[in-house]
Design a binder for this molecule. Sequence first.
Ligand code: XIL
Length: 335
Amino acid sequence: QELGLKDYYSDYFPVGVAVAPNSFEGKSKELILQHYNSITPENVMKMGEIHPEQDRYNWEAADKMADFARENDMKMRGHALVWHQQTGDWIFEAEDGGQVSKEELLKRMKNHIDTVVSRYKGTIYAWDVVNEAISDDPEEFLRKSEWFEILGEEFIIKAFEYAHEADPEAKLFYNDYNAIIPEKRDRIYKLLKMLVDRDVPIDGVGIQGHWSIFDPSEEDLRKAMDMYSSLGLDVQITELDVSIYPWEKEQRERRPDESDEFTAELQQKQVDKYKMFFEVFRDYKEVMTGLTFWNISDAYSWLDYYPVEGRKNYPLLFDEDYEPKAAYYEVVEFD
Ligand code: XIL
């Protein structure tokens, strides 16, 4: 078999990809087997999918992914146990229709974590336990989610404790986006330090890596790597893609002059950015225990419908025909 990303990076870190179970056929399956030695479920293990009602779990799609990982001797990351999105409303609702009490919510959370983590024990080696708990507002620390409103910051601590009880061998991660830009980085760092200082069972930080041809800078990336690893935590890039559009809020709407064309100029910018990111990753191989791309090829990316519905994006290393792009060769050709 031809070499793939995982072979070029075998002395560095496992290379993973986030997929749906329908990727296990045709060209996407070929690419998964050639290039990656780890998979993450893009959606099917989120609470809203796997546990849509209090007394009902949906195991089929998640089991299919776990079977695929086992059959092909791949690592598997679990994503995500506690998040403010893609979570059924039922969890925050009391029997009488009002808001659930603190005690009851903790009970439900423990139940969810126990059930899901235990089922995939031995297959899933790392879990995103808490996803995106830091606020986007620089003036605010934790996001004002229902988890936070009802449980306070304790929801984070408890989630890690419950996950650790369910599978003491699993590596437990806090995962977030914009983890490199200084104003959010500093608050993520503050949270992680608080968890480490309190001996909460956390093993690592997941830097999502939804980046673009504009951001982040090499300097900011190295600085964030230094800060997070100084806490003694594993660092993983958990959701890498490099958008051809800027991510800043005020630029997220489609501009009038903007086309969906992946011009030679944009391609070159993307090549340069990918090259720089991977140089930094290689330099940090002692602290980086994993790198996962968010989707396989430009044939399908979640960025085709987010944050602007129907705006085509080209964020990955393989093109719409599943062929390696120029950026792929930059990433695998190094001394
Ligand atoms: C995204 C999926 O890729 C989409 O299919 C879904 O519609 C929304 O969620 N941060 C995360 C991921 O932690 O779970 C998100 O995945 C992307 C942003």
